[in-house]
Design a protein around this ligand. Structure first.
Ligand code: PMP
Length: 359
């Protein structure tokens, strides 16, 4: 019998099969035009309709208020590590919560453009928790407070937003956008690389409050100035048309499936199922304690590095793909983004049980 394939990749990650089929069906002939959406000009009415619908659906999914702009950019979340300080550091200082490798990359880039202050860090325990801090610890003169809301590598998640006073929150939601409800009005800026929860790689989503736009540093390259992209509605230059189209299909699918609330419920059910199995096991050891756990990236270890490697290999052969942990952490990581079904998680648990019996 043919084995099922479930893709637990941390990113680029699995997309809904329905979306892939739709893209396949209209690949050569997009809506009767006789052309692929990949082949048409970004200035054409055909593409304009695609990007407009993608934005409208994202606004609906996240209830984005009218004083926030939505941008479809390139360069990945990594470009935002520089773009954010270049545009938002008006007074020249920003505050960071250090929860791992991605936070540190954001800090390193921002340090080139102004002062950076780390309000709290979990480096002391290899980022196995999300440290807390008080509002009083945040310099109210800072331009923003930067958070990595889900830490893809370590498997932690910020479960309650810090109170930052009048300092705008900037959140890297690369590995959790649309996986749970957030109040956009709590943030100054939200950004995410598309390739985990919402589409293929090559597209970066930025959602930012209007009053933060227009203050880029003089030396800021035009392509890195939010104002440039706001003025041209993400069409200053050629945008990543095919990833925008694919992401638009995922937005429409997410709406059809019941929206972000439905995704959140499904994600809670999937991650609880896996954590509950790991917690009761005398063989597997979850890396992260309960209140700090990611619902997207479940990280754990077997009793030894050799067994971790053997498990990743066995799981791969049995159809559970890409569960090897990040090289800086080791162990196992199963990524359970929106497109992963509860059946996929149940199957993974079955494979974990089989491996334990054999080990
Ligand atoms: N932030 C987080 C939380 C990530 O998981 C990643 C990618 N794994 C990045 C930033 C970097 O994203 P990109 O590759 O799109 O630059």
């Amino acid at each position: 019998m043919k084995k099922p394939v479930f893709n637990f990749s941390p990113g680029p990650a699995m997309l809904p099969a329905e979306v892939m089929l739709q893209a396949q069906n209209e690949f050569l002939n997009f809506q009767g035009t006789g052309m692929s959406i990949m082949e048409v000009s970004h200035r054409s009415a055909i593409f304009q309709q695609v990007i407009d619908k993608a934005e409208a659906d994202l606004r609906k999914l996240m209830s984005i208020p009218s004083d926030y702009k939505v941008l479809f950019l390139q360069g990945g979340a990594s470009t935002q590590f520089a773009m954010i300080p270049l545009n938002l550091m008006r007074k020249g200082k920003a505050v960071f919560l250090d929860t791992g490798a991605w936070s540190q990359k954001a800090i390193a880039e921002a340090s080139k453009y102004g002062q950076t202050h780390i309000v709290a860090s979990s480096k002391d325990s290899n980022f196995s928790y999300v440290p807390s801090f008080e509002k009083e610890e945040i310099d109210q003169e800072a331009d923003y407070l930067h958070l990595t809301q889900n830490n893809t590598i370590f498997g932690t998640r910020i479960h309650s937003l810090p109170v930052s006073g009048k300092v705008p929150l900037v959140s890297d939601m690369s590995s959790m956008l649309l996986s749970e409800e957030v109040r956009v009005e709590d943030y100054g800026l939200i950004y995410a690389g598309a390739q985990k929860n919402i589409g293929p790689s090559g597209l970066t989503i930025v959602i930012l409050r209007e009053d933060l736009i227009g203050y880029a540093q003089y030396s800021c390259p035009k392509m890195l100035n939010y104002q440039t992209h706001v003025d041209k509605a993400s069409m200053f230059n050629t945008p990543p048309t095919f990833p925008i189209y694919m992401t638009g299909l995922v937005f429409a699918w997410t709406l059809k499936e019941g929206g972000v609330k439905a995704m959140e419920e499904k994600n809670m059910a999937k991650s609880s199922l896996l954590y509950e199995y790991l917690d009761q096991s005398d063989f597997y050891r979850p890396d992260i304690a309960s209140p700090h756990r990611s619902r997207m990236n479940v990280c754990f270890h077997t009793p030894s590095p050799e067994l971790d490697i053997a498990l990743a290999k066995f799981a791969d052969e049995e159809g559970c793909k890409f569960i090897k942990g990040h090289r800086s952490v080791g162990g196992i990581r199963a990524s359970l983004y929106n497109a992963m079904s509860i059946e996929g998680v149940a199957y993974l648990i079955e494979i974990l049980k089989q491996f334990k019996r054999r080990a």
